[in-house]
Write a protein that binds this ligand. Structure first.
Ligand code: NCD
Length: 305
């Protein structure tokens, strides 16, 4: 039985296969409408979510399966003090696969140790978010046609942004990739991420506090929200939240084929005026989330078309 706890649990070949399946689903969704008939997905969300939870649920429904679960810790027995391991041991008796989001780093790993069915990490604290990365990879593949020889700018909260950590890990495996890390001093990529995926692999990277300075180099600009819920002080959050606001003006020196991504939700780090720029990919990116999750559910449940 396979789980997906972090993106490196999948080989690059497996990622290619998932992308191929997702592309097949995009082209011929009708061929997949029954593949998960009588299967159930449980979504255990101990933290807020819109896209991740709903795209997981839509994915399972579009595969002909059904869904159950909860969308906040307060409506589950966690509010009575139940442990993650007990919750999962019980739910894995009701469902065939579980997608779980939790504020504590490592919770999905603990869940996997107590589950009789595959566990998918749908985000654990400031740590990892592998299914967002699969969504990001599908978007990059659709927009750029490749993963190698790309300069990727990651901008915003690189410290607490779990999507950033998983994307860096995933992209570190491709040749000719270069990272441009754009953040305030206080929100730099954690040293464990930099050490494990950038420095030890000899990947070229630069760090900048200015988005404008590096804009002309970028093939991909991955904007992120400042993660308010992970700050110890509201004052610190308020001081940093508007560090970067992407506007049409700041895009003047950008490449014609830049791909602007964002895992969403956006707060105000991308002005809505950018939405009509053909380089804005974030709403399409969110749409791809459902297809790649369909492919992932099929893989972990070992079902085929
Ligand atoms: C992200 C997350 O939950 O980490 N959202 C998502 O899943 N698309 C990004 C964020 O919350 O800022």
């Amino acid at each position: 039985m396979r789980h997906l706890i972090e993106i490196m649990d999948l080989s690059t070949e497996e990622i290619e296969e998932l992308i191929a399946t997702a592309s097949g689903i995009i082209a011929h969704p009708e061929e997949y409408r029954e593949v998960c008939r009588y299967k159930k997905l449980a979504t255990l969300f101990f933290e807020p979510s819109t896209r991740t939870r709903l795209s997981f649920e839509a994915a399972m429904l579009d595969l002909g399966g059904s869904v159950l679960g909860f969308s906040e810790a307060s409506s589950s027995s966690a509010a009575k003090g139940e442990s993650v391991s007990d919750t999962v041991a019980v739910v894995s008796g009701y469902a065939d696969i579980i997608a779980m989001r939790h504020p504590k780093e490592g919770a999905p790993m603990v869940a996997a140790m107590h589950s009789a069915v595959p566990i998918i990490n749908a985000g654990d604290g400031g740590h990892n978010h592998p299914t967002q990365t699969l969504t990001d990879l599908l978007t990059i593949k659709q927009k750029k046609g490749r993963f190698d020889h790309l300069t990727i700018g990651l901008c915003g909260d690189l410290k607490f942004g779990r999507t950033v950590h998983s994307l860096i890990a995933a992209m570190s495996r491709y040749e000719g990739v270069r990272f441009v890390l754009i953040s305030p001093e206080e929100l730099k990529v954690p040293s464990y991420v930099k050490g494990e995926y950038i420095k030890s692999r000899g990947i070229p990277y630069t760090q900048s506090t200015s988005l404008e300075d590096v804009m002309p180099e970028l093939d991909i600009l991955y904007m992120t929200r400042v993660q308010r819920e992970r700050f110890f002080s509201e004052e610190e959050y308020l001081r940093l939240r508007d560090s970067y606001i992407l506007t049409p003006d700041k895009l003047k020196n950008a490449k014609e084929d830049l791909c602007i991504m964002h895992p969403l939700p956006r707060v105000n780090e991308i002005s809505t005026e950018v939405d009509s720029d053909p380089r804005a990919c974030y709403f399409e990116q969110a749409r791809y989330g459902k297809f790649i999750r369909m492919a992932l559910i099929m893989k972990l449940l070992e079902v085929r078309k």
